[in-house]
Each structure stands twice: as structure tokens, then as C-alpha cells.
Design a protein around this ligand. Sequence first.
Ligand code: SAH
Length: 352
Amino acid sequence: MQKFKEIVDRLQAKRAVSDEEYKILLQTKDEKKQAYLHKAAREVCQSIYGNGVFIRGLIEISNYCKNDCYYCGIRKSNHHVSRYHLNKEEILSACKQGYALGFKTFVMQGGEDGSYDDVLMVDIIKSIRTNYPDCAITLSLGEKSKDVYQKYFDAGANRYLLRHESVCENHYAKLHPSNMRIQDRVQCLWDLKEIGFQVGSGIMVGSPYQTLDHIVADIHFLEKLQPQMIGLGPYLPHKDTPFKDEKKGDVEMTINLLAILRLMHPQALIPSTTALATISNDGREKGILAGANVVMPNLSPVEHREAYSLYNNKANMNAEAAESLHLLEARLQAIGYTISYDRGDYKKEGEK
Ligand code: SAH
């Protein structure tokens, strides 16, 4: 226990430990050790962000996708999906509903859907920017050219979520068809940063063929990238994908990784993800108690929520639903937290 505590303390102080030590932290299942790691992480988070958890309204704008990622339920080759995309009016109406509920960030996420050309997307972003000048606009629309990202930024978008999924070329290639390359995804992240977006990246924990070495490489990649946001969730199988029989990710390891990354990135905005809330009834709470400080309730039109099925049984109602913030508040209060209705931008080190 003493040795374990020393590793955690050193990670907190130096924001780095050895690769072998990362693996020890990742694998720990001992309750007391986990409690120590998670407490250190949540205290670091609380010292910067307090006990408020930021909320982001997640609008899943389209489940059309040109990509064929082997893990994802809305991949192009899945012909069982009933496809939809929201038009400008539907997106603005979701924002209106969200704003009335108190959201100050709208996240537009979707598959890589070519029907939103640059002109349309820029028009949508500009309209949201004009109607809600006090809100942040986050995009999660996959890989685009730098030029297109710049147009989105100039139109008023502030943040971009693009998980790198796995920085190791051989592992990335096991998760994606050969037309997708980790180099391209990493280039997108650097482009986004250079443009001035607050950038989010991350991985699925327990994705097929992932080893501890891969996760350690991902830790190092995030250390280099210094993203403002970090998204992590357990891998969860989807019945209509090539990975349907693969086993799901480990909730404990996901939370340990979350705590490690919190200690390394004290100011980061880290969501307790829907995948965590899906895998375990108290997954959302576990994430927050290990240092997460964001949740992303679903603000998509209710009639389309089931169709945005990235994995089996994806949670989208109750405390995961934007219209039920009172349920979320009750669950947060039960663990000593509360919803923060602030816009919740990234705080630079030393910033009040
Ligand atoms: N097209 C966008 C949004 C992808 S969906 C993009 O490329 O960024 C958002 C995230 O959901 C993905 O980055 C992936 O990490 C996660 N995801 C997809 N399928 C999943 C699955 N089966 N289990 C867990 N997470 C999954």
C-alpha cells in the first residue's frame, strides 16, 4: 500500500510516473488502493473547479457516416440502422430547448455525413452563435481539412471533440479499415489546436486488441497534445458490427485511467461519459468521484435517440436526458456535487 501511495503522490506532484507504474495504477482492483487514487484525482479537480459539474447539451445531429469503424454501431456497412439527420431548424430548436433548460454549451455530434456541406454547417454554426452569444459551441463531426475547421471556427465554434481512439498504428489499424490512418487523425488534432479550438481527445478503454502498452502510449500522446478536454469510456459492443462478440471494456480500468489523466491534467475538462453510465448503474458517479467534472446529457430530439446507437443499450433517458436535469441533480447531490450552469470553459493554470 505504501508503495502504491507513493506512486500516486509522485504522479500528482510530477504529473508523470514510469510506464510500469502507469500499468500498476491502471490494473489496480484493490479497493483501498483505488480509493486512494480516486480521492487524489477528485481533490485535484475540486481544488480547481469545486464541486460543480458542468453540463453540455449533446445534439446527435446525424447517424449517417461514410466511415466503417469496426466498433461503431452507426458505421456505413450497418444496414440495420434507420438513418436520420437533423436539418437546421431541428438543430436550432434543440438549442432553444436546451437554452431554456439552462445549457450554456451545445455539442453537435454526428457521423461523417457529407450532406452537411461547409456552407450549410457554417450557416448552422453562425445561427447558433447569433442566437446564443453567451454559449459555447462544440463540434464532434470527425476528420475535416484544416481549411474546413477554420471555417467552423470563424463561424463561431469554440471547441472540438475528436478522440484519437488509439495512437499505436497497429492497434488503430485493427479498429478501422485501411482508408483510415492514425496519422490523419493526429494531424486533425494539431490543426484544431493551431486554429484555436479547445480540443478534446481520448480513447475507449478495453477496445478489441488493446493492450496495457497501447494505453500507456495513449497516456503519452495526451501528455504531448495537452488537450483541454479528455473523453474516455469503456468499449461496449454493438450487435451489428464485426466486433459484436468482443467483450466490453473494464469499468474499473476506465475509472483508474480517468484518475491518472486527471492527476496529469489538473485543469482538463473530463466528462463522465454516457458509456460509463451505460456499463454500470453508478458509472457516472464513479467517474465523477475519480475526477470527472462534466456530463453531457442527451438533447437530441427524443424520437431519434434510439437511432444514434453507437453501442448496445446506450443510455439516453432519465439522468442522461437533458429534459430530466432534476434527476441528474439528485444523483449528483447524493455524492456531494451539484450541477454547474456556468459555461465551463477551460481554466488555464493559475487562472481564477
Ligand atoms: N464521427 C465523430 C463522432 C464519433 S462518436 C468522430 O469521428 O469523432 C463519438 C465516440 O464514441 C467515438 O470517438 C468513439 O470513441 C465512441 N464510440 C463509438 N463506438 C463505440 C462503442 N462501440 N463503444 C464505446 N464507445 C464507442
